[in-house]
Design a protein around this ligand. Sequence first.
Ligand code: CAA
Length: 384
Amino acid sequence: MDLEFTEEQLMIKQAARDFAITECLPGVIERDEQQRFPKEQIKKLAELGFMGMMVSPEYGGSGMDTVSYVLAMEEISKIDASVSVCMSVNNSLVCWGIEAYGTEEQKQKYLTPLAQGIKDGELYIGAFLLSEPEAGSDATSQHTIAEDMGDHYLLNGTKNWITNGSTASVYLVMAQTHPGEKHRGINTLIVEKNWPGVTVGNKENKLGIRGSDTTSIMFTDVKVPKENRVGEDGFGFKFAMKTLAGGRIGIASQALGIASGAYEMAVEYAKQRKAFGKEIMHHQAIQFKLADMATKIEAARLLCLKAAWEKDQKKDYTISSSMAKVFSSETAMWSAIEAVQIHGGYGFVKEYHVERLMRDAKITQIYEGTSEVQRIVISRALLQ
Ligand code: CAA
């Protein structure tokens, strides 16, 4: 693994940093308070080619590597994790899944506009519908039914905690077709939001990533053409697991960005704030906190880059993506709490951003597989 970035990777990192500072920073506190989806920011991200970063140019993507994706995700997440989760889901879960396993027709019809993030001048993004009210970590227990009706499936059920739930135009839905066969009976279907029988639930009122759009989605007798099934009959659960392995690199990089954003703010604050006659950066209590934060963040970054490199090299990245996710998300939570502590009372008020990073960090330990699920994946692979 080469630890030297290419010129192109560094350009992408810089472009993401510039975008985050000029487009995401203004209004980030208000969007968080009002739970306002960052629509304009996502549109501009699409114009930059960041909504389908790793998709081949043949299908409207930017053809970049996963290392570049990690660099971009980190920079954007330092400023606004509500923007970066939308970017991550569209890139890693939706576009990647269709490009890896979809038919040529599905790629032309759905992947191309999803990778561009825009269709007919309007935002065009996707969502990944695996979780249900009673199937979160236990993802094989799908209650949503896709009944085989010959030329189509009849879809019924409810999905929960769906990122981009009301803003997405296209859903990748995991549903059970052969209940007796448990996970081997699950299929993944491409469903359009405006089809009859699709209902979007209310937006969740969340602790963090409040700008992002999280809803439930209900399906009542939705007719899904057979040609919208992704992969062979019964491939849906493996599709979800393989797609999530890449998704976890995205969320690990988001967590890395939250951690490094908190660290950068803590350093700036420590250089300016005076206590006991000198800037607090001269106190060892603060220096040791910053040293520990920097060390853990660097370790998280290396894990994210290793997982990305393995994916780019077409190696198996299941373990490395879970390791990156569990370590980065725990580093994000811990670093954000330390950043609040360094800020003292100011860390507890909204103007200083670190309290938002602390709230945003928590979800990275939960979605796309909790820390406990990542430990299951890692330990099973190690002990096999
Ligand atoms: N690649 C391919 N196949 C895999 C796989 C992988 N990485 N992991 C498991 N499988 C296969 C297994 O081989 C097995 O198939 P066979 O029986 O045919 O061999 C099948 O999947 C079932 O695997 P397990 O027996 O290991 O299943 P399990 O019930 O013990 O659970 C689990 C495994 C790892 C806990 C899994 O259920 C899991 O990852 N749960 C978490 C789900 C998750 O991440 N949800 C996030 C929702 S999406 C989200 O958050 C998006 C968003 O909007 C931000």
